[in-house]
Design a protein around this ligand. Sequence first.
Ligand SMILES: Cc1ncc(COP(=O)(O)O)c(C=O)c1O
Length: 409
Amino acid sequence: MKVPIIRISFSEEDKRFINVNVKISEVLDSGILTMGKYTREFEDLCCRFVGSRYAISTGNCTVAMEIIIRALGIEGRSIIVPTNTFMATAYAVMQSGNRVVFADSNRETLSLCPQDLRKRINGDTTAVILVHIGGIVSPQYYEIKKICEENGLHLIEDCAHAFGCGIDGKKAGTLGAAGAFSFFPTKVVTTAEGGMITTDNKDIYNKARMIRNHGKNPDMGNRMSEFGYNYRLSEITAVIGVQQIRKAAQIVDARMGIAKIYDRLLADNGYVRPLSIPSNTTSTYYKYVVFLPEDSDRSGIKMTMQEKYQISLTGEVYADLCHTEPVWQKYTYCGKLRNNGGKVDCARWPDCGCGDLQEGFPEAAYLSKHHICLPLYPGMTEEECAYVVDSLLRTVKDMASVSTSTEGS
Ligand SMILES: Cc1ncc(COP(=O)(O)O)c(C=O)c1O
C-alpha cells in the first residue's frame, strides 16, 4: 500500500457542487474579475462559519497578518511571536515595519508559553501573535489573553492551521482583535492561494479593506487615505472559496473522523504518544502530532516509513524553529539588511537590540526534535490509517531493539 503525504482532491461532485465551471465562465463573461459578488459571498460565508462580524479576503495569510498590524496602526514597535511557527508569522511583523521578538512554546500545547511570554514583554511591545499550531487552540489561551490585557497588548491570531478550530464553543478567528487564515493547498480548506481576515472590530474592518486595495477610501471617492498595496484575491479564486466554505463542515467532519481512527489505533501502544487535544477545544487536525520516544532517530524513522512502507509523513510543526533560520545572518529582526560584514547600522531604533541574535527557547527546541505528523486528509480509509499505525509501530520498535542491541555490544 502507498500512502501519499496529502491528496488534494476536487472531485467531479465538488466541481458540480456549486457549478464551479459554470461560475468561472460567468465571472469571465461578466468582466468583473476582482472584488465582485463571489468575493463578497466568500467573505459572508467565512463570517458565518467562523462567527465573526466581518471578513476581508486577501491574497494569502501572510499579507492578511501584515494588514491587521497596519490596520491596528502599529509601526516601529516590537511584536512577540512564537519561534515555533512558520516564518510567515515573523515576516508579516517585519513587512509591516515592526520588530519581531521570539518567545518559547509549551511542549504540550505546541503554542506560546505564557511564562516565557511575560518575560519577553517590555515597554516597546505592542502586540502578540498567537499561532494555533497544528490546529490546536492552546488551552492556555485565557492566560495569554489576560497577559495581553494586563499589558495593553493587541492579541492577533495566526489561524493558518486553524480553520474550524476553537475553544469552549468560540472559533479561532474570534479570539483576539483579528485573525488571519490561509487557503494554501495544504490547508484544511484551499483556494490554491488565498487568505482571510476575520474581526469583530469595525475600525479594523474599514482600514483593512482600504489597505488591501491600495489604500483607496470609498468615502473619499476612492482617494487613497491609507498606506496600502495590492493584497486582493481574484474573483475566480473567490468562486473556489465559496465552494470550499460550503463544503467546509463536511471536510472538517472527515478530518475529525480520521483523527478518531488514529486515536483508537494508537491507544496504549507503549511506543509513541499522540498529542492530547484538551476536551474544551476543537481541532480540525491540520496536523496529527505524535511524540516519539526521547532517543528516537526521527529522520531514520521517516526514511524507513518512506522506503520500506511507502508512507510519506507530512512536515513537522516545526522541525526548524524560526530563530534558527539562516536569514538572521543577513537581516535584523526589524527586517533591515545587516551591513558592515554583519554589524548592524539600525538607524530606525537606536539600542533596539535588533542586531543581537535571539536564542534560548528550550521547550520549542524539545518539541522541534521529538514529534512527527501522520498523513491525514479527507478520503483516507480506515485501512490506510491502520497501515500507517502498524508501519510506524513496527519501525519504532525495530529501531529501538537495534539501538539496544548495539548498546549491549
Ligand atoms: C503558521 C502559518 N502562518 C502563516 C502562513 C502563511 O500562509 P500563506 O502561505 O497563505 O501566506 C503559513 C503557511 O503555511 C503558516 O503555516
